[in-house]
Design a protein around this ligand. Sequence first.
Ligand SMILES: Cc1ncc(COP(=O)(O)O)c(C=O)c1O
Length: 424
Amino acid sequence: MSNASRLQELNQRLEEIKQQQLSLDLTRGKPATAQLDLCNGLDGALQGDYRCADGTDSRNYGGGLGIPEAREFAAEYLDAKVSQVMVGGNSSLQLMYQYVVHAYLNGVSGPESAWVNDASNGERIKFLCPAPGYDRHFSVCESLGIEMIPVTMDENGPDMDQVESLLKSDPLIKGIWCVPKYANPNGIVYSDEVVARFARLGKIAGANFRIMWDNAYAEHHLADNPPELANLLALSEAEGTAANAIIIGSTSKITFAGAGISFIASAEENIKNFVAYLGISTIGPDKVNQLRHMRFIKNMDGLRELMQSHRNILQPKFELVLKHLDEGLGDKTVNGKAIGTWTRPQGGYFILFDTQPGLATRVIELCADAGVKLTPAGSTWPYKKDPANTNIRLAPSFPSLEEIDAAMQVFVLCVEIATLEQAA
Ligand SMILES: Cc1ncc(COP(=O)(O)O)c(C=O)c1O
């Protein structure tokens, strides 16, 4: 069949689908209700006993570093020492934002170290942004006027030659965003060599450089024998660069996305300074929530058991998306070129689809017209500019299997239509 008649046939099918007036959404990586239900035991976990392990009354003010049992747990979760860890409120994104503002305005170790001092004569401070990446990291930079420099990634993580050469040539680069395991959105797990090179960046970067190591998906496996991520903080300590490493995590995709607890770890001095900064705006985190989390999850064994239950819900959804991609597009070519490529993540919350160059916007538009909402094109790139216009982030966690099935039929159809339109 010629490209033109195939396009006509597919457009006809799309028109029929439009009659169904679908309203489907594959945008944000939210846990499904069934996942949230796994942790309903949080409600009532305290049974009136508000005392922490050290006797503190969790209901009262104070405890800026977090309650002792939550710090112990977070240390194990983040692979850090208890003294290097602080446990916060319901959002690790908020902790990251607060850390960047603290470094920018107050300084990581006093006013002389504030990044803002370096931005003179109209020059702006900068962050490296391995891309595609997490849109909300980029929003933090954008909101503060921090210039973002995209960095290429391959299956081992960011291109470290590029990272090192940029850092050597520009001391105004003050940070880098990373999602080192099951990265949002491409699912990459950074290789041991990449992590080892990260641990040495503090030696070549300008003053007060920070690696924002957002390990949001550390235990969020979708496969057996999950890959191990090397321990950046321990490697950095060995290199004498622990102050450059800021390790972050949360239970947002473990317990309740909107009411979990968040963690941050780094050199002790960093954490002390950061907690002092936070103390200006709050007289301590929500310790009651920290305590009920610890009573409910108990320990890392409890956490891993819970993550297996999440996997049982998530895995069929990921498999269904992949089935549609494999069967709908797997061996199809247009003018001799594959219609698209996609990731097969071993964990995390996303599948990344790449169209042929220049087509992501059109595919997303076609899907929207047929009632299937996708993350806007470019949103996984700094300034929302995907230079090749190919990335489409698929988030299968929230919709039901039936909804995914319907949405993915539309998606593969629209990808083929857009590709044929361009080839015409
Ligand atoms: C990489 C990454 N970091 C952080 C977050 C948000 O975490 P939290 O709910 O702890 O703010 C997300 C949520 O999608 C994420 O994908």
